[in-house]
Ligand binder design. Structure first.
Ligand SMILES: [Ca+2]
Ligand SMILES: [Ca+2]
Length: 241
């Protein structure tokens, strides 16, 4: 009986020590449920011409875990430009810049939306109410009039012509398991140049395989390979571009 009482006393004593040890962490561990706040935004100019650098600066703070990303999406004539801002310790602000390129659309560029996030996956969207005529805002977002950030771009030429596919070759024409197939395409673009080439292979199952073609300077073609693999499907024949 005496022994048992002593054991209980020891257990209670140990429990008290554990609870004391766990107190500090319980007292200070905080959960970050709040997205960062955009306190202010600046765009370095209201008008820019070909070759000019445009700087976007934002003052952003977060309550606990810190700012993880800031992206400003700028749109012009249906083209989007994502400007990623990063922290500048010298100014204490988030900054990003871009250069107005030869084939960027001339005219008025407007901010479409700004998205910011912290290190605990809390995010927030600011939508420009002049761009979004419908309200896309459901949660963690706000509609804002951003017309003060409009940018007039001049001296550029809009490239509105997509690249042309002049020739497409696939070799060999039939392949067995584990064979590699070469896809080669001759593609040209009159103005800004070819940005990316993806080929979708459409097997009977409908589980598309995508192959990215890259420029081969020795052949002048965009090329990519696809390995049929051990479990490749019979009839992998259609090509989607
Ligand atoms: Ca936060
Ligand atoms: Ca073009």
């Amino acid at each position: 009986m005496k022994v048992r009482r002593k054991t209980w006393a020891q257990i209670i004593g140990l429990l008290m020590i554990f609870s004391l040890l766990s107190l500090p962490t319980k007292g200070f561990a905080q959960v970050d449920n709040t997205p960062p706040t955009l306190n202010s935004l600046d765009i370095s100019t209201k008008s820019a011409k070909l070759g000019d650098t445009v700087l976007v600066t934002a003052n952003i703070t977060d309550d606990l875990s810190g700012v993880n990303y800031v992206v400003v999406d700028i749109t012009a004539g249906g083209r989007d430009k994502d400007v990623t801002l990063s922290y500048n310790p010298g100014t204490g602000k988030y900054e990003g810049s871009f250069i107005v390129g030869q084939y960027d659309p001339p005219g008025t560029w407007v901010i479409s939306y700004i998205t910011i996030g912290d290190n605990q996956q809390n995010y927030f969207y600011y939508y420009n109410s002049n761009v979004y005529t419908w309200n896309p805002c459901v949660t963690n977002c706000e509609m804002k009039d951003m017309s003060q950030y409009n940018l007039d771009v001049t001296g550029t030429t809009l490239d509105s012509t997509p690249p042309a596919l002049n020739r497409l070759d696939i070799s060999p024409k039939s392949a067995k398991a584990s064979n590699t197939v070469l896809i080669s395409a001759n593609i040209t673009d009159g103005q800004s140049g070819v940005g990316h080439v993806n080929v979708g292979l459409a097997p009977p199952s409908g589980r598309y395989k995508y192959v990215t073609l890259t420029y081969n300077s020795s052949t002048g073609n965009y090329e990519g390979t696809y390995n049929i693999g051990q479990y490749g499907e019979v009839g992998l024949g259609n090509l989607l571009l």
